[in-house]
Write a protein that binds this ligand. Structure first.
Ligand SMILES: C[S@@+](CC[C@H](N)C(=O)[O-])C[C@H]1O[C@@H](n2cnc3c(N)ncnc32)[C@H](O)[C@@H]1O
Length: 270
């Protein structure tokens, strides 16, 4: 079991803090969370050639991300976006101790005919590995390149980080279908986050772009503590509702003396 260098204030445990990431994360002490698991906004509304930019969207015109997020347009100038994400990563590095790590999920894309990987964001951070998240499909309106079917998860690790015993055996290509039953425009699948959390012995997990609360659900299922940050009050409320629903499902077994984090418990439509 890992213990963080400093403890996370009790007020923050299993809480979602509503606010801007860079302002809110300042209240989280240095080295007080063992693991960060997150997926930032991808800045997709300024993509070329995939229909997101002008909102046409072709057969995906109903895709909710075409409208951006509730309180974030997802269309920053590229340089400003990279600089913002690097500031966010610096803060994530501050709040993890020497045994900590960050699973930073992102998506490569083709911009103006050229591959845009996210090296400009992660350059200089201690990227230890890139995990491929193979999804069930993707969106591409451009006949000039193949349909993208994967996203990348950067494992950014401080010097003493180790995986849980035997977790390395699952390999570095993970197949999980994307989440379809979630009104948030860009939710993680719960199983993907569970894989990340299960792969570590981390006890306290931060998601500073918490969205609909998937990281919180996965942390609770794994018997860990979460703390989240989310800009949108509406998404934070969505997350709290999901968490409450799962807590209600667990209440019965807990009251009858069974172990709480038993994966056999029935799940709602997460
Ligand atoms: C890709 S989504 C995360 C989805 C989440 N993984 C889930 O499963 O629901 C990114 C989230 O970042 C939030 N966000 C955007 N700008 C933010 C900011 N400045 N501070 C905190 N959260 C922000 C958006 O509202 C959105 O919910």
């Amino acid at each position: 079991m890992n213990l963080s260098d400093q403890s996370l204030p009790l007020d923050f445990r299993n809480k979602i803090l509503v606010g801007d990431i860079l302002q809110t994360i300042k209240s989280i002490p240095d080295g007080s969370v063992d693991l960060v698991v997150t997926s930032p906004p991808y800045n997709l509304k300024n993509s070329t050639g995939n229909g997101m930019k002008d909102g046409r969207g072709g057969k995906w015109s109903n895709a909710s991300l075409i409208n951006g997020y509730a309180d974030h347009k997802d269309a920053m100038p590229h340089e400003a976006y990279v600089s913002w994400q690097r500031d966010c990563l610096r803060e994530m590095m501050r709040v993890i101790p020497d045994h900590g790590a960050i699973f930073y999920n992102h998506k490569w894309r083709v911009q103006g005919g050229m591959l845009q990987d996210r090296q400009d964001i992660v350059n200089g951070f201690p990227v230890r590995q890139i995990i491929i998240w193979r999804r069930a499909g993707g969106i591409n309106f451009n006949p000039g390149y193949f349909l993208p079917t994967y996203e990348v998860i950067y494992l950014i690790a401080k010097k003493d980080f180790k995986l849980a015993p035997k977790a390395n055996a699952v390999g570095d290509v993970w197949e999980f279908p994307q989440e379809m039953n979630n009104p948030h425009p860009a939710p993680f699948p719960v199983a993907l986050i569970e894989r990340m959390i299960q792969s570590t012995t981390a006890q306290v997990i931060l998601d500073p772009f918490m969205g609909s609360g998937t990281t919180a659900i996965a942390a609770l299922k794994q018997g860990r503590t979460y703390v989240g940050i989310e800009l949108s009050e509406a998404y934070a409320a969505m997350a709290e509702k999901r968490i409450q629903e799962i807590e209600n499902v667990w209440k019965g077994p807990i009251e009858s003396g069974q172990q709480r984090h038993n994966h056999d418990f029935p799940l709602l439509s997460f």
